[in-house]
Design a protein around this ligand. Sequence first.
Ligand code: AMP
Length: 607
Amino acid sequence: MKTFEEIGINAEVLKAITEMGFENPMPVQEEVIPYLLSADTDVVALAQTGTGKTAAFGLPVIQKTEIENVVPQTLILCPTRELCLQIAGDLQDFSKYIRGLHILPVYGGSSIESQIRSLKKGVHIIVATPGRLLDLMNRKTVDLSHVRYVIMDEADEMLNMGFTDSINSILAEVPETRNTLLFSATMPAEIARISKKYMKNPKEITIGHKNEGNKNVKHVYYMVHAKDKYAALKRIADYYPSIYGIVFCRTRRETQEIADMLIQDGYNADSLHGELSQAQRDAVMQKFRVQNIQLLVATDVAARGLDVDNLTHVINYGLPDDVETYTHRSGRTGRAGKSGISIAIMHVREKGRMRDIERMIQKKFEKGTVPSGEQICEKQLFNLADRLEKVKVDEEEIAQYLDPIYKKLEWLSTEDLIKRVVSLEFNRLLEYYKGTPELDIPDEGARRSDKEGRQDGGRNRRQAESGFNRIFINLGKTDGLFPANLIELINKNVKRRVEVGKIDILQNFSFFEVPENDTRFILQDMSEATFENRIVSVEVAQDKKDKGSSRGSFRNGGRGGDRRSFGDRRSNSGNRSDRGGYNSSRGNGRREYKDRDSQGTRTERRR
Ligand code: AMP
């Protein structure tokens, strides 16, 4: 292993990073730093978050900055405001001993005027989200003509978020003589295309295999019926009393609903999704960072800005549509040398998708068995014993209360006392879990259903889920369509909220599922829509024999299952008094088990 001096880091930067506790370069730094310091080579670095990427590009660009020349010399593009602030903060720390170096984060959602003022004063390094930077460029308040380094961090995320056009416009304004460095956790085709278009013979550096998941992450799946997914989630949370994790859901509606149910059932949970204001999102993220929240239920997009190193679990409440999203989700645990578990609570029909993920991450999912009531009791009681053992006793303060308590309990032996203390928890657990069924779909059944699924068309099945219609849309990967911008397109054009089910993005066209009752809104509102100057065409894609539908028609009055439209967020924060008595501090909380494994506590919300 080399030292930072050996790879060319100078004394001032070294002093700052030593104070930060950096002893030796991490692998991505050992690979990337010498390239940026010496060779004028473009670099594509495939590395997960948490691998030390920020210092890999941050240290060399700081060192290469000509302080006396107060113009933007380095441009760092990243997908979210949170990442933007984090990178800028890290760069400030790295450059603590470099006088006169100015770093400016520019991002949406905060005053553009103050950013313009800072730009006027002069900066060397700009860290920006693409939208805001483009805005500043359009106002002619930022000059990129002296930029020598362009860094695109989390490039795959930027593309997923639909920033391709903005990036194109930005890069067109930066001198061609620049060096470009692209960081991405995964290597989808679009990244390969971008690197071909904007980079000169880039050196490709891969930390681990391409698209490979983090080595410290164990992948476990639980196969349950769709109706049992929530019950399985609760049992998993109960089985890991010290769990600190993110539960990923596909839609905002589902995210809010699951978070609401967890809170109602006494869990220490909250939600994070795009329906919340920036201030609400900041507050939730902060509570989660300081571990005041154990389970954060989030959409992929909203969780992007969250950087937490010590998650014990990532829970996929159903598998995502694409492998890259899974890699990002699971890469949020097992960071900084710690181990983590990525759990998928899934249905038989998702097995094919799981196999695709296994191929990509080159790791097998282990089959998990949803913990039984007895296993949970055992685990929780052991946890209680552990807490009893480790609880800090404030001898001085408690002394005044103890005498009458000793007196009251003196007739009990030590064994009796222990039994009674443990029973306080045990009785409640026993009551709650007595007679609850196993939730796993047995393997044999899984195989049979899987086979039936395949005969039905398998992963690329033509049949929509019950209560849903499968909609054809004339846009595909070739048009730059991703699940995220398809949902954006629907949100933009369809006037009411409509749940979007399974999405299949194919090369030249795609399919998505919507509730039968909402199909007509999709057909009406999207007939006027355009996407990247293409006129959108949508129609119901179901087998006419099965559904009795014809082109452009829809079936009304279908059963909506227990799916409901997403309504206004009920504020969770500051409204904890009606929760099930679960303390907010991690691992030592007390839960009132309000209901059994049922989903019966949900309440209908209105638009
Ligand atoms: P990043 O991938 O840049 O978000 O970095 C992940 C974490 O590793 C951050 O908390 C960094 O401060 C830390 N880190 C980065 N490089 C080193 C290093 N060489 N030694 C120790 N910690 C580091």
